[in-house]
Design a protein around this ligand. Structure first.
Ligand SMILES: Cc1ncc(COP(=O)(O)O)c(C=O)c1O
Length: 357
């Protein structure tokens, strides 16, 4: 039995995408691949609002998150940490042998422009990392305001994970001045996992050229050399790139603004449903993510039992991440999801726990 995914990634993949993945194979040094790569890249530039470089890497997001640290951190990195994935990015930065500090916020809180300004004003850092949408806590940090602060520190690399927000929210990379924007595809893009996408500004490429120990697989300069030929340093996940090309067409057919509005409407719908039933939100309302809702288990329901029963009924449900497991639960509303998908989940929850009616 297929279990319908309401977890925050991977998410449901549309049958048209699965069909695109079955496109007969081509070799990555054939002109057919270069045509596919070039096509996907130019559509990505529209989605990302960038005229700069966009690269395709065959890995999950953390491959490039590690790569960004190896390529861009020279003297010292400020890792802004407000949840499980940003905590892990700090750990990865240290494991890459870089000097770094974690600037921590309580889980459920956003990264603030004030904290960014205060940390960078110390003059200690030549790079910073942050996660736009902390999937572990359902918090979306105010990227536009942080980008304003970053303008005061042009020597600091602005490295942003948009893993669970890109395409569900407008993130105009050039306007925001992001030097390296990184995301995977199994969340808001609703593709099968295995492909990561990233940008690198001129400033980022220049910095990379001064850094030793970039390695090979995620060496930004290798990506850049191959980009000129619409290609990748190593054999890419070609089936996924067919899927990406197809999904980008589907996004433009929906209309980007309508897509962003759909995600906001779904977020409001989930929060309304939860509020009517007495569940609070884990983040403050103004920092709630547009792609998933992290609810407090205010009614003390048996989340493990709910998850088990939903699983038996054909639904994958998330009962919280890491240290807030059991106290919170997360409902994803990203990718191609619609109101009727959510209604199916809500009906199943009520069947299992009639007190939620
Ligand atoms: C915000 C965020 N960053 C990074 C990751 C890690 O992505 P991956 O497992 O694709 O490497 C995740 C995964 O859930 C995430 O939500």
């Amino acid at each position: 039995m297929h279990k319908k995914l309401f977890i925050p990634g991977p998410v449901e993949v549309h049958p048209e995408i699965l069909a695109a993945m079955a496109t007969p194979m081509v070799g990555h040094r054939m002109k057919e691949y270069a045509q596919l790569h070039g096509r996907a890249k130019s559509k990505l530039k529209t989605l990302l609002g960038t005229e700069g470089k966009v690269y395709l890497a065959t890995s999950s997001a953390f491959g490039v998150m590690e790569g960004a640290v190896r390529n861009l951190v020279g003297t010292r990195c400020a890792n802004f940490c407000n949840g499980a994935f940003s905590d892990k990015w700090h750990d990865v930065t240290l494991r890459c042998g870089k000097q770094a500090d974690a600037i921590r916020f309580d889980w459920g809180k956003p990264v603030t422009p004030e904290a960014v300004e205060q940390a960078l004003a110390s003059g200690k850092y030549d790079s910073m990392t942050m996660i736009h949408n902390e999937t572990s806590t359902g918090v979306m940090s105010p990227l536009g305001e942080i980008a304003e602060v970053m303008r005061k520190f042009p020597e600091v690399m602005f490295i942003v994970d948009t893993v669970s927000s890109m395409s569900a929210v407008n993130i105009p990379v050039d306007t925001l001045g992001i030097d390296c924007c990184i995301f995977g595809v199994q969340k808001a893009l609703a593709l099968p996992p295995g492909l990561a996408i990233f940008t690198a500004s001129e400033k980022a490429l220049k910095r990379a050229s001064t850094i030793e120990g970039r390695g090979y697989y995620f060496d930004f300069l290798e990506f850049d050399a191959n980009d000129a030929k619409d290609n990748t340093p190593s054999t890419p996940c070609i089936s996924q790139i067919y899927a990406l090309d197809c999904q980008l067409d589907r996004m433009f057919a929906e209309g980007l603004e309508l897509r962003w509005a759909r995600h906001q409407a779904l977020a409001d719908y989930v929060r309304g449903w939860l509020a009517e039933r007495g569940f609070g939100l884990f983040p403050e309302a103004q920092f709630c993510s547009q792609t998933l809702t992290c609810a407090r288990n205010s009614r003390g329901i048996d989340l493990a039992l709910l998850k088990k029963k939903l699983d038996e009924s054909g639904f994958a449900f998330d009962d919280g991440y890491g240290k807030i497991k059991g106290q919170t639960f997360r409902i994803a509303h990203m990718g191609d999801m619609t109101h009727s998908d959510l209604d199916e989940l809500f009906a199943a929850m009520i069947t299992i726990m009639p007190e939620l009616a």
